[in-house]
Ligand binder design. Structure first.
Ligand SMILES: [Zn+2]
Length: 424
């Protein structure tokens, strides 16, 4: 059956995109142990606490919580500001003995720096992008932790660097992060000023005039040479984007450079957050089942032939990549980080970075960590950051030791699907 659209807060729109179209699958008849979930290191102790194996359970979300409702803990001071990201990058580069390179790749609309951090010299290249939605911050911290690990002197880090080149763009939507919101900070009038041909064209569908910003993650196009044309506006979620935001253009140029250098960008990772979601109902049909702390996906395009000729599109490579992430987060058959689920598989979003870059041949994985800033704030920050870090490390490990290529892509289909369970 088709789920009706539930009311959502203006900023917590990650769930709207799919809830308007998803079909609710029957409740699963399995129920995993909540006690398998991890302890919650406090914000100030992320670095140290994240290294030890926690032992107690996450508190279940409050009863009024669901995929799209607030849980009332908006504190976000534990997340990194733009200035803190800069300091952390500088510190990692300085202490890496030359293994980590940090550069300015571009600027946000409000002229904040957008950095790339690069580590490793392997033939396989992994591009990691974080916080394209400003209120989805866990991936930024996780990617910087991975950068620090890979830039270190351990034997494992040396092996990783020999096999893999990692390039990351942390906190891409720095303007939105400063405002704690999904959109960037750019008006349609500014776009028209930059692209005068768009004068008189309708505002793009992903522009929110009430806040003066774009959902940057609908501004991508598989054609890296695309230039905005009035006839292509306002567009739809099922169409490609336009590169009207400076943030998306910065990613495009980084991606283009890596494509020139490596031929194909082997892996593209996009780190997001969603509202709290569940894995299914309890066997008796009551309750919500388990709390899912992470959903992942490698599927963003319904029909790759609908957007031109993209012969390098490789869905199986994306499925292997997702299984590698899933496996890294399991421990003896159960994940110590909570239940990892599949993000809804009926999404068709060619205007996202994931969709566009998948068409160009990148294996892609979406991380949707539970808890946007408005739904969960910084609760459970240490555990949720560590979860993303472990998943990312699983990707690098799989490329380093060659096990990624041996994964059966069909195992992707057995990852449990995320459930949306209405409460009365
Ligand atoms: Zn997002």
């Amino acid at each position: 059956m088709v789920v009706s659209v539930r009311p959502v807060t203006p900023v917590n729109v990650e769930t709207i995109i799919w809830s308007i179209s998803m079909t609710l699958t029957p409740p699963r008849r399995t129920r995993r142990r909540l006690t398998a979930l991890l302890a919650l290191p406090v914000a100030g102790a992320v670095g140290a606490a994240a290294l030890v194996a926690p032992s107690t359970a996450i508190a279940a979300p409050p009863l009024n919580a669901n995929c799209d409702s607030s849980t009332g803990d908006p504190a976000i001071s534990g997340f990194l500001t733009h200035e803190e990201v800069e300091r952390r990058l500088q510190q990692i580069e300085r202490t890496s003995n030359g293994t980590v390179d940090v550069d300015i790749a571009g600027f946000t609309n409000k002229k904040r720096e957008l950095w790339t951090a690069r580590v490793g010299e392997g033939d396989k290249v992994v591009l990691i992008q974080t916080q394209i939605h400003g209120n989805e911050p866990h991936g930024t911290m996780a990617s910087l932790n991975l950068l620090q690990t890979m830039g270190g002197s351990s034997v494992r880090a040396q092996k990783m660097r020999k096999a893999v080149t990692v390039v990351m763009i942390p906190q891409l939507n720095a303007d939105g992060a400063a405002l704690d919101r999904r959109q960037n900070d750019q008006t349609w009038a500014e776009v028209v000023k930059e692209f005068p041909a768009l004068a008189g064209a309708p505002e793009s569908w992903n522009y929110r005039s009430s806040v003066g910003g774009f959902d940057t993650n609908r501004d991508f196009n598989p054609d890296l040479d695309y230039t905005p044309k009035p006839a292509d506006f306002p567009g739809t979620s099922a169409g490609t984007g336009w590169y009207v935001t400076p943030e998306a253009r910065t990613v495009r140029e980084v991606y283009r450079g890596l494509e020139k250098e490596f031929g194909t960008v082997d892996v593209f990772v996009d780190l997001h957050n969603q509202g709290p979601c569940y894995t299914g109902q309890a066997p008796d049909g009551a309750g919500t089942g388990d709390y899912s702390t992470l959903s992942i996906s490698g599927r963003f395009i319904d029909d790759p032939t609908a957007f031109g000729d993209w012969p390098k599109f490789d869905y199986d490579a994306s499925r292997r990549l997702n299984v590698a992430v899933f496996d890294a987060l399991q421990q003896r058959g159960e994940s110590p980080y909570g239940t990892v689920t599949l993000y809804p598989q009926n999404t068709n979003l060619p205007g996202t970075a994931l969709g566009s870059f998948a068409l160009r041949g990148s294996a892609t994985v979406l991380f949707e960590t539970t808890g946007q800033t408005q739904s969960a704030g910084q609760r459970e920050i240490g555990q949720l950051v560590k979860q993303v870090e472990v998943g990312l490390t699983g990707i690098i490990d799989g490329l380093t030791d060659g096990t990624m290529a041996k994964i059966d892509p069909n195992r992707y289909e057995s990852i449990p699907e995320r459930q949306f369970i209405p409460r009365d």
